[in-house]
Ligand binder design. Structure first.
Ligand code: FES
Length: 167
């Protein structure tokens, strides 16, 4: 007959099955935290790689009829994110996306444009007047499409600031 030399508590614990001590718990917690962090990073990478900006399916956007832009006007088209201007030389489009960090610029009460995010100022031609933006608003390719009978802008195609559409 053999004797059991274990303490009564030890024997009782082994009978109940595996027990977590503090070290096991901390190890499990650390592994769980690492797994959660890795999962979050992978999810962000996937999200970044699959990101498509709004309207990126086509960079060409309709702007309507030319007579909607009388001489002297400057109009915002939210869907295309552009301003359509009509000065003495003709029609032009300015990208409303701020070249600093991508906010949409607004018409400034004193003329030109202001970015609501960090207060960059641009003149009516889109030239940067004060930062933090140092680059101008982009002039975009604008044309009249005979088939569609309306103005179109290509957000992916920049043109020189002096370019005007004359109809
Ligand atoms: S995003 Fe326009 S000034 Fe910063």
């Amino acid at each position: 007959m053999s004797k059991d030399h274990r303490a009564p508590e030890q024997g009782a614990a082994e009978k109940k099955g595996p027990r977590f001590d503090r070290r096991s718990f901390l190890t499990l917690l650390a592994r769980g935290s690492v797994a959660a962090a890795v999962t979050a990073v992978v999810a962000q990478i996937i999200r970044f790689l699959s990101f498509q900006p709004p309207g990126s399916a086509s960079s060409i956007m309709p702007l309507g009829q030319p007579d909607g832009y009388p001489r002297g006007s400057l109009s915002y088209l939210a869907e295309a994110r552009v301003y359509v201007g009509h000065d003495r030389a003709g029609l032009y489009t300015l990208d409303a996306v701020c070249p600093h960090l991508g906010c949409l610029v607004k018409l400034h009460e004193e003329g030109g444009f202001i970015c609501p995010c960090h207060d960059s100022l641009f003149d009516q031609e889109g030239r940067a007047l004060s930062g933090p933006a140092t680059r101008p608003l982009q002039h975009l390719h604008l044309w009249f499409d005979q088939e569609q009978g309306q103005l179109l802008v290509d957000r992916s195609e920049q043109v020189e600031p002096a370019v005007r559409l004359i109809l």
